[in-house]
Design a binder for this molecule. Sequence first.
Ligand SMILES: Cc1cc2nc3c(=O)[nH]c(=O)nc-3n(C[C@H](O)[C@H](O)[C@H](O)COP(=O)(O)OP(=O)(O)OC[C@H]3O[C@@H](n4cnc5c(N)ncnc54)[C@H](O)[C@@H]3O)c2cc1C
Length: 443
Amino acid sequence: MDETVGWKANFMHDVLVIGGGIAGLTAARDLAHGGYRVLLLEARDRLGGRTWWKRFADSGHHAEMGGAWFDEGTQHNIAREIERYSLPTVLSPAGQDFRVSLGGRSLARPDQPVPPDVRPDLDKALDHIVDQSRRVTFGSDLDSPDLHDLDIPFTELIEPYADQPLVAEYLSMWAAFAFGCDPAAVSALQVLTWVAGYDNTCWTLDDAPATKFAKGTASLVEALAEDGGADIGLSAPVASIVDAGDHVVGKTTGGETLKARFALLATPVNTWEDIELPIPAGSLKRRFAGEGLAGRAVKLHALVDNVPEYLMASGWGGPLCWVSEQADFDGGRLLVGIGSDDSAIDGTDAAQVQQAIRQFAPEATVRKCDSHNWSTDPYAKGTWTTYRPGQLARYYSDFSVPHRRLYFAGSDLARGWAGFMDGAIESGAETAAALGRRLREDG
Ligand SMILES: Cc1cc2nc3c(=O)[nH]c(=O)nc-3n(C[C@H](O)[C@H](O)[C@H](O)COP(=O)(O)OP(=O)(O)OC[C@H]3O[C@@H](n4cnc5c(N)ncnc54)[C@H](O)[C@@H]3O)c2cc1C
């Protein structure tokens, strides 16, 4: 990787990639391997985008501020890259002390998600969710008219089962945790896609993929950036892309002008409106960007005393839906917490974080904490991909469609594991393959 040479020179690259997250880096790597001259411009002073392996407070430990976990058994794109670069992985510690907080109280039987008398109602709701997920073919045709009746708020899908408040709360907690938003803001079809992707099971109900990179997501980001030889410019926000007929011209906010035969936009959908793009008003992409995606999660890390070993907690009614231990050091326990509304808690404020964790562990005292607000971050404007009701029906078929010399990639546009790092790799690789074909035709 060369962060300075090449991109300031008056030089016609084959492809200008905008955005140095996992999708942009994957695309840049594949195109460079195809023999094309690639320039990648990244707005921030670091690569990785919505993944960020950051030192925790002033400790010698790191924490994943964004994307962290994956499941190699079902997420084949990330599994391929892990094998390719021999990246070491590690499991998050398994929970040992399970706690569930619903209906304003900790439930007496933490080994069960809901009390035994409510379990049959929960099972009926889960059976319905699994049955409906069987209508979905993971990774394709999510805009099929046959599925339009599922592209509704998740709360509508579970409404027939919501008479039992604990069932409603438990399922709301699940959607809020998994999609980082109010459960009414996510399309039931996206929820069902995940259920379908996990072999039509609800195992992520109060758990999640637990494998992570032993040396952080930075190990994947560095491997991608160093492979292939693309030119990379950091701290170079792109302000506009102009279609000049037989090439494109990109301009950074700093005034640099870059020329390339094609451009590949790999920035979050929620940031598209901030870049002047050569796509018509009223087009599907413009409408998609105008509506934006719904994810506004909070993910925080806290070094905590007076909590049980290997806490794994989930619940509803407070700012955090899920809390679990990731490590222990200096006599404290490093917990990670996820909530669905980043305006409900400041994850850098120890007092607020302590209060939130006390929903699950009443004696907890927070020593240090850290979090990154991705929604106010101008280069993310949200967390992971969460489609609003109706968006899959309206936009899915357009995700991979280029506009003249402008191609699009990103986890937000993945056919399969949208919202995961796997989806970013899928989309980056597939867009690079499509653009490679076009470059060959273009001569
Ligand atoms: C809190 C959180 C938790 C998550 N947890 C998980 C998880 O456990 N597992 C998982 O698999 N995924 C998780 N994700 C999702 C995962 O991180 C993303 O899906 C993935 O990293 C997105 O990659 P991307 O390349 O599509 O987009 P991004 O990573 O957003 O990359 C886009 C890049 O474009 C840059 N950019 C934006 N505007 C401009 C501009 N004008 N000019 C130049 N560059 C620009 C950005 O700075 C960024 O680097 C999580 C995300 C968040 C935020």
